[in-house]
Design a protein around this ligand. Sequence first.
Ligand code: GLY
Ligand code: MN
Ligand code: MN
Length: 445
Amino acid sequence: MRKPADNMEIFSRRRRLLAEKAKGAAIVIPSHPEMIRNNDVHHPYRQDTNLFYLTGWEEPESVFVFRPGQTPETVMFVRAKDMERETWDGFRYGPEGCEREFRIDKTYLINDFDKEIADLLKSTDRVYYRFGIDKEFDAKFLSSLETVRRAHGRSGRGNMPLLDSWELIGELRAIKTADDLELMRRAGKVTAQAHIDVMKATKPGVTEKQLLGVFLGSIYRQNADREGYGSIVASGANACTLHYTFNDQTCRDGDLLLIDAGAEVRYYTGDITRTYPVNGKFTAPQRKVYDRVLEIQKELCATSKPGVLFKSLQDRTIDFLTDAMIDLKLIKVSRSEAIERLLFKKYYPHGVSHYLGMDVHDTGLYQTATASDGAQALQSRKLEPGIAFTIEPGLYIPADDKDAPEELRGIGIRIEDDVVVTATGIENLTIDAPKEVADLESLLR
Ligand code: GLY
Ligand code: MN
Ligand code: MN
C-alpha cells in the first residue's frame, strides 16, 4: 500500500461537508471485499469508493465509523500489524499508523469490531449503512444492531432507524468541489493524452490488444493508478457491441476503431470515447455517420448549462439521431413514429450521459421530487454548477442489418467527452483529445 495522500486535508474537508448533513447520526462503511480472480489469485484491490472518499484509507478488512459531533468522531477498525503477512502481502499501517497518518481519532483492531461497535452506536440517533456490497459483512452488521438494541435492556425501544448511506454520500459526491475538480482535470488530461498515444500507434495490422497496451502504458507512464473501467478497443463491427471487452481482433485497413477508455487518478476517472479510421482517412460513408454524431455531441457541449434538465440531453439526442437515421435511410418512417415505436433504439440503444467522478457511472440523483407532490412526482434534475457528466452520443449499424444501406453496415461510432457544469455553461475536461475530422486525420497520418 502506498504512503498516505500528500494532502489529508481533502478528506477532512469532505467529512465536514458530510457532518453538516448527518448530525447525531453514525455512518458505517466497511472496506470493499477482496475478490478472488481464480484459484488463490485475487483481483487487484480497490478500496470502497465512499470509504476512500472520506478517509484516503486503502487497506482491506477495515471499517470506518463516522459520528459527526461526537468524541471520538472518526473511528477506524483495521488489521493488526503482522510481520509474516506483511512479508507476503505488503505493508500494513496497523492501528497506530492509521491513527497517526490518516488523522483518525480512534482505531481498533478489526477483530474487535463485534465487541466495540455497540458502544459506538448507542449514543447516536440513527445509522447510515449500504447493504448489498458485502453480504458477509451485512450479516455481521445486522447482528451488531441487535446487540445495541439489547444493550438498552427492557426499555421498550426498538432498533434505531437504519438508513441507506448511498444517497447521503452520493449527493455529496455528485457536486464536485475544487479539490475534486483538480483531480478530475488531471484524470481528463491523462486520459486524453493516452488516447492521442493510441491514435499515433493505430495502423492496419495492429491488434486491439496492442492498442490497449499502448493505452495502459501511457496512463501508467503518466502516473495514473489504473483504468477506471474495462477498456473497450473495438475495431470494425466490434464497435456495435456496446460493452465489447474481448479486445482480441486485428485492426483492418478500411475499418474504424472505436476506443472507450479512461485513466483513474486518485480514484477519479476519465471516460473518453473516440472513433477514427484505422488507416488514417475516413471513407465517405463513414464520414456521413461520423459528422452527424459529432454535430449533436458538439451541440450538447455548447448548450449544457445550469438550469437545463438532465433528461433534455437524451430527448434532444433521440430527436437529432432519429432524423439522422431517416436521412441515412436506416429508418423509413417519420420521426414521430420512429420515436413512438422506439425504432431508434436499434441504432442508438444507450443514454447520452451519466454522472462521472470516482465511479465511472457516478453517484447522484437523476430525478428529484417536486416540492408540491413529494416523492410521488419525480422530475428530471436540472444541471447545476459542480455536476460532472459525460456527453456521448453514438450510432451503431449492425454488420448483418439487412434494412441498412450496405455501405453503412458494420459502422459503429461514439464520441464521448467529460464535462463539468460551471456558472454559465460547461468546462470540457477532455478537450485535448481530438475529435474534428481534420485533426484526427492529420494526427493519424
Ligand atoms: N465507458 C463506460 C461508459 O461510457 O459509460
Ligand atoms: Mn461514459
Ligand atoms: Mn465511455
